[in-house]
Design a protein around this ligand. Sequence first.
Ligand SMILES: [Zn+2]
Length: 178
Amino acid sequence: MRLVSLLLLLAFFTSCGAQKNKKHTQYLEGTKQYAVSANAFSSYITAFEKEAAKNLSEPNFKVGDIPINFGDTTKDEFDGVCNTYSDGTKEILIKKSWWESTDKTQREIMIFHELGHCRLGRDHDEEIVTTSSNKTYKTSVMNPVIPHSDIYLEKRSAYLTELYLYNKTALLESFGIN
Ligand SMILES: [Zn+2]
């Protein structure tokens, strides 16, 4: 029982480097800490590139020099963060304890969200819609508290269209909203 509550709590608070109405990325003095990404993230980076190539019709799309590693996100409530440094370099840091506590789908959403900031230049999108049957849905993986895995998996392709193209049509339709 206690474990279930804890898991629910963790799921509820899984959030990216973000405070409401504040800058979503951190600007720090100096330079990035890492030269390359840790192996744990390579399949997620490849998936992000593959989806970008498809959605943006850019077959050669690459994430480029934005290494992803486990590290100190500097704030307890941040499970992941996109850092931009004063010398122009960028990197993504993910809290290891969060990564190890969660599933593959949450990991993908988190990496795609942070690359949304660092690579696509996206800000947060806090829109939540309510259906006629009173269900609520986040309309973007750029919500500061990332979507639940089951909803994301069901509507992954529509969420990714929104991520790369800012186009919510397919997503809203999948929620039964038009
Ligand atoms: Zn964010």
